[in-house]
Design a protein around this ligand. Structure first.
Ligand SMILES: CCCCCCCC/C=C\CCCCCCCC(N)=O
Length: 528
């Protein structure tokens, strides 16, 4: 059974609404002007180290006191966002580091085991609770809220010795692929300030991509770790469902969404992913066997170049297709494996599957909290159509994307399409059988290279390239693959079977060596 006439009509209506909103946006949106157009090169060599390298230097006292200084200049240019840094508290904590090293009588190995991130600066997506820091998730009504405790994932990193520098920008209520809200503004891409940093963990993506922070915490229910990692040329991992605690972030997931949301690590160097995941997962990380050696030659590799041509989603950029082909060639040449190219027809319905499952009631039968309800938090009830009218007049405190999402929600049917549910089930079964415990699948991270600011309003369904794996609960590592002709990051998603995270993490380590991993934006000028 294919989509019903009503469902097809809804699809067309949605597209018409998006086009109208975009046209309106083009007319009314203020234009950004940048006094500087590119980042300077990084001058402090400590800023070029991975968390593991930096932690080793700190343990050996090769970095005494807190010489690692955040590049405030970058933070200001990128608007990632700087007003919420806890520099003096971080410096006080850093001053304790040498004392902790002196006190450890068991030597460097014991210290590494006990405090693997001792002294390493981290940043955290503002949607997570970090004690003493705001936790607004871009809602003006939450602007005065200060976290009294740390989210569990943040607490585990702190317990491992990491020193939080502060919180970074995200999209309004974490539900858009551009990090923009009326509290902090819009975050820029370090490779080209005219372009988006992605969302919803875009502040993290930008600050890490710029080399102004070492490692960071993000969350992902539709691509919010992977999209910003892709656009900012860094690594990120959406773990298998249920490994890292999602508690302590706003908004909390509701309904079936609880099984789709994942918290995970973001960083510039692949070698930081496994230790971060091990720490953030707490005892759950034992389920992943992260210390087991992976022999890439014994894995089965698959490459899916696109979603099969959904009319809602842009075609995959030729440079991304080419980059993925290069990965295939490299794997075959270096490892002697045969990478099988596949087309999986159900992927065409990725957006419809994501939308249907996100709107489904939880196991307790309760429907998820609506987006309009979340927007109303701490203030007056939000009426989406009225809010849109206010937005046209410049009076709304919400972004067009958030208003658009609340509007679209009004048209969502409460009866899920049996055809879409069937596509989801068959996709789940096919991928689980295909990947098993030794399969690795390459899939585009997004159909487009980092778009210009606000342009995602025009292509809102493109996130479904990442979103589908939230619904399937599969782990995915986002891996950079060098730069495009315009000097913008290229990349690929590496997907594996449930709880087989170590396979995608090992593949990312290999691809970092093969393709050069993160590139410093200040040395990679965007071509005009
Ligand atoms: C202004 C136009 C708005 C039109 C809305 C069209 C509907 C699109 C639906 C959903 C877009 C969600 C994007 C989610 C991005 C990542 C979310 C995440 N936290 O992982």
């Amino acid at each position: 059974m294919a989509l019903t006439r009503f469902e097809r009509f809804l699809g067309r209506l949605l597209r018409a609404v998006v086009w109208m909103l975009f046209a309106a946006f083009k007319l009314f949106a203020p234009q950004q002007r940048h006094r500087v157009s590119r980042l300077p090169a990084i001058s402090n060599p400590l800023l070029l180290l991975s968390a593991m390298q930096l932690a080793r230097k700190i343990r050996r006292k090769e970095v005494s006191e807190f010489k690692y200084k955040i590049n405030l200049h970058f933070v200001l240019i990128l608007k990632t966002h700087s007003h919420f840094f806890r520099f003096s508290a971080a410096l006080q904590e850093a001053a304790q580091v040498d004392k902790l090293i002196e006190e450890e009588t068991g030597g460097e190995e014991v210290l590494e085991d006990r405090l693997p991130l001792l002294g390493v600066p981290i940043t955290v997506k503002e949607a997570f609770a970090l004690q003493g820091m705001p936790n607004s998730t871009g809602l003006l009504t939450r602007r005065d809220l200060v976290s009294g405790v740390d989210a569990p994932s943040v607490a585990l990193l702190k317990r491992a010795g990491a020193i939080p520098l502060g919180v970074t920008n995200c999209s309004e209520l974490c539900m858009w692929l551009e990090s923009h809200n009326h509290l902090y503004g819009i975050t820029n891409n370090p490779y080209d300030f005219e372009r988006i940093a992605g969302g919803s963990s875009g502040g993290e993506g930008s600050i890490l991509g710029a080399g102004a922070s070492v490692i960071g915490v993000g969350s992902d229910i539709g691509g919010s770790i992977r999209i910003p990692c892709f656009f900012n040329g860094i690594f990120g991992h959406k773990p298998s469902t249920g490994i890292v605690s999602n508690d302590g972030q706003y908004p909390p997931a509701s309904g079936l969404q609880m099984g789709f949301l994942c918290t995970g690590p973001m960083c510039r160097y692949a070698e930081d992913l496994i230790p971060m995941l091990g720490i953030m997962g707490g005892p759950n990380a034992n389920k992943l066997g992260l210390s087991a050696e992976v022999d890439l030659k014994k894995l089965r590799f698959f490459s899916v170049p696109h979603n099969g041509g959904s009319h809602l989603v842009s075609p995959v950029d030729a440079q991304l297709l080419q980059a993925q082909k290069m990965v295939v060639r490299r794997l075959e040449a270096d490892l002697g494996v045969k990478v099988q190219e596949l087309f999986i027809p159900q992927l065409k319905y990725s957006f419809q599957i994501w939308g249907t499952m996100m709107a489904s009631p939880g196991k307790d039968g309760k429907p998820p909290t609506t987006f309009a309800e979340l927007m109303s938090e701490g203030g007056k009830k939000v009426w989406p159509a009225w809010e849109l009218f206010k937005w046209f007049l410049g009076f709304s405190s919400h972004t067009l994307a958030a208003i658009g999402l609340a509007l679209v929600e009004l048209f969502q049917s409460s009866h899920p399409s049996p055809f879409i549910l069937q596509q989801k089930e068959s996709l789940q079964q096919e991928l689980e059988e295909l990947l098993g415990t030794d399969g690795v699948l390459l899939y585009p991270s997004h159909p487009q290279i980092a778009p210009k600011h606000h342009h995602p309003v025009f292509t809102p369904f493109n996130f479904s390239y990442t979103g589908i794996f939230n619904i399937l609960g599969l782990p995915v590592t986002q891996c950079p693959l060098g730069l495009s002709e315009e000097g913008l990051p290229l990349g690929v998603q590496i997907v594996t079977g449930k709880l087989q995270d170590r396979l995608s993490l090992a593949t990312a380590l290999y691809l970092e060596k093969a393709f050069g991993g993160w590139r410093e934006p200040g040395k990679s000028a965007a071509k005009p």
